[in-house]
Design a protein around this ligand. Structure first.
Ligand code: PHE
Length: 370
């Protein structure tokens, strides 16, 4: 009969002597594997008499359990030692240069929008916003568009299918509806959640946002960005408008010598209305703002039409105001020398990494191209 205590002593010695995981595994297989020494003993139990089995069974099973536990313990110790050795041997060289990573950047349109907001914020304007999906009232009617105005035609404006009430919503064609949303003091139609009830004058807001028209060529895209401005107060006149815009242009183009020209124009929501041009020089294929004898059209503006004030619940005999609207993408092209407006929306990574801005730069107009 096998001497169990001798076998156990041998096994313990072999387990303790196993110097690595594979040596330990060999010990385990030799004892507990299918044909191992302990497994062979377990197999003899079947042939024993019940009395003998009663005595030997617990002894052999106990041996198997203790051997299993010893192996597990040794395994854990060997693994811990292997990890310690690996940690001691491996080193990370933190001085190696990191592999180049693709960096995200700020889109030039957003950069320019931030620059514009920063300049107007310093002049005391706050930011107002409105929905891209507008209704006829805010986009046209309240802005004094006559019922048959061409902008209301299908070929200029993206209309949605009529809703259950027959009303056709549309993608706003300009940011001017936010003038209405800002001023509106009546509750019909209900004020939008983002503007609680409308604002008492004085009002000084700018409205950066997306706008949509059915247009596509080198200088037009179906979606583009505008910044709208609105000032409503007592005694506001065109001199204030002119000063505000000239101050803005000088800061935006980083020049002291801005020359502007106001050309009479027509917008249904302003009277008088004007387009503002900025003096520039195009000689040598490069555009320089603030010098030369050429003119560059920059924006539309005017004094808010009394009908608009009335539609928004503001008394035109008490308050006057001016408004302006300009294309952000166009100003971005002019300032940073991008030749085709459509590139701004093509989503080409190479173009974006060339013209994009660092996300950590201050939206300060003086920071220029990064
Ligand atoms: N909404 C006009 C446009 O999109 C611009 C504008 C705004 C003109 C405010 C006058 C006053 O062309």
């Amino acid at each position: 009969m096998t001497d169990l205590s001798q076998l156990e002593a041998d096994l313990s010695a072999q387990i303790a002597a196993a110097g690595d995981l594979s040596a330990l595994e060999a010990v385990r297989v030799a004892a507990l594997g299918k044909t191992g020494s302990v497994s062979a003993l377990l197999k003899t139990l079947g042939a024993m008499s019940p009395d003998e089995r009663k005595e030997r069974g617990p002894q052999i099973n106990g041996l198997r359990d203790r051997a299993t536990a010893l192996i597990a313990e040794r395994k854990a110790a060997l693994e811990a030692a292997a990890l310690d050795a690996q940690l001691a041997a491996e080193r990370l060289d933190l001085t190696l240069p990191a592999p180049p990573r693709r960096k995200g950047g700020v889109h030039p349109t957003m950069q320019v929008m931030d620059e514009m907001v920063a300049i107007f914020a310093e002049m005391g304007f706050s930011v107002a916003e409105g929905p891209d999906i507008e209704d006829d009232f805010h986009n046209f009617t309240a802005l004094n568009f006559p019922p048959k105005h061409p902008a209301r035609e299908m070929h200029d404006t993206f209309f949605f299918h009529p809703g259950e009430d027959g009303e056709r919503k549309l993608l706003r064609t300009h940011t001017s509806p936010v003038q209405v949303r800002t001023m509106q003091r009546t509750n019909t139609p209900p004020p939008a959640p983002w503007i609680a009830g409308g604002q008492e004058p004085p009002i000084r807001v700018i409205v950066p946002g997306r706008t949509y028209r059915k247009d596509s060529d080198q200088t037009h895209t179906p979606m583009f960005h505008q910044v709208e401005g609105l000032v409503i107060d007592k005694g506001v006149h065109m001199g204030h408008l002119k000063w505000t815009l000239e101050t803005f242009i000088a800061r935006f183009f980083e020049t002291d010598s801005v020359v502007t020209r106001f050309r009479p124009h027509h917008f249904p929501f302003t009277e008088p209305s004007a387009e503002m041009d900025v003096g520039c020089d195009r000689s040598g294929g490069e555009l320089r703002i603030g010098q030369g004898s050429d003119w560059l059209e920059i924006l539309g503006c005017g004094m808010v039409h009394p009908n608009v004030l009335r539609a928004c619940g503001v008394d035109p005999d008490v308050y006057q105001g001016f408004a302006f609207g300009m294309g952000v993408d166009r100003l971005a092209m002019l300032k940073y020398g991008m030749p085709d407006l459509r590139d701004l929306f093509a989503g080409d990574g190479r173009w974006l990494s060339h013209y994009g801005f660092s996300a950590f730069a201050d939206p300060n107009p003086a920071s220029g191209l990064s």
